[in-house]
Design a protein around this ligand. Structure first.
Ligand code: GRF
Length: 215
């Protein structure tokens, strides 16, 4: 399967996908990476691994619609079949999303529907949540709220800062994102309304139950 990845910055999730492809765990090809910013680490990662990339900046276009059309054209030219938002910091329009129906996925650093939007890790700390995590979901017109493919749970510890919690969550992002892509590539995913069913996935009890002592 031909993958497209949209990024805006560090690209550590992109790196997790690159590693999964290079190790042979993920049988797919990263056909195109688009960054909406110059000089970001994600681009260095593409160069280092010989991955085709383009920088397409919003400010070079008269409108959001022209900007998105340029992205969609590049992705279609590269034969992209599945589009992965990996730290892409822009909200896509309905028109763009409709051009790739149920073919766009996003990684978000919370257990959605909790803590949608920006700085989800800080939101979890400020709220006093004891568990949070990360989610890979299909992108629909509702921001950060399409059908959930996979989630991982992470404890919020008493002394956590936004940075320490983000780091703990990120380690799981790097596992669930390639996992979700693999399931899609293997054709093991069925969408029933809001419910995503994964054929023969392992489900089990949570490894993280910080509040439970002797009960
Ligand atoms: C990740 O925390 C991701 O969940 C969020 O943006 C961050 C991107 O990190 N959407 P990176 O660029 O993949 O390192």
């Amino acid at each position: 399967m031909n993958l497209g990845v949209l990024v805006s910055g560090r690209g550590s999730n992109l790196q997790a996908l690159i590693d999964a492809v290079e190790s042979g765990k993920l049988k797919a090809r990263i056909s195109l990476v688009i960054s909406d910013r110059d000089g970001v680490l994600a681009i260095d990662r593409c160069r280092r691994h010989g991955i085709n990339y383009r920088v397409i900046k919003r400010k070079d276009f008269e409108s959001k619609s022209y900007f998105e059309r340029a992205m969609a054209e590049s992705l279609k030219e590269s034969g992209v079949e599945l589009l992965i938002l990996a730290g892409f910091m822009r909200v896509l329009s309905e028109e763009f999303i409709r051009a790739f129906p149920m073919r766009i996925i996003n990684i978000h650093p919370s257990l959605i529907p909790a803590f949608q939007g920006l700085r989800a890790q800080k939101q979890a700390i400020d709220y006093g949540a004891k568990l949070t995590g990360c989610t890979v979901h299909f992108v629909t017109e509702e921001l950060d709220n399409g059908p959930v493919i996979v989630q991982a749970c992470v404890p919020v510890l008493p002394k956590d800062t936004e940075e320490s919690l983000s780091e703990r969550i990120l380690a799981y992002e790097h596992r669930i994102l390639p996992q979700a892509v693999k399931w899609i590539c293997e054709g093991r995913i069925r969408i029933e309304g809001r419910n995503v069913v994964v054929e023969s996935a392992k489900y089990g009890t949570l490894p993280v139950n910080p509040a439970l002592e002797d009960f």
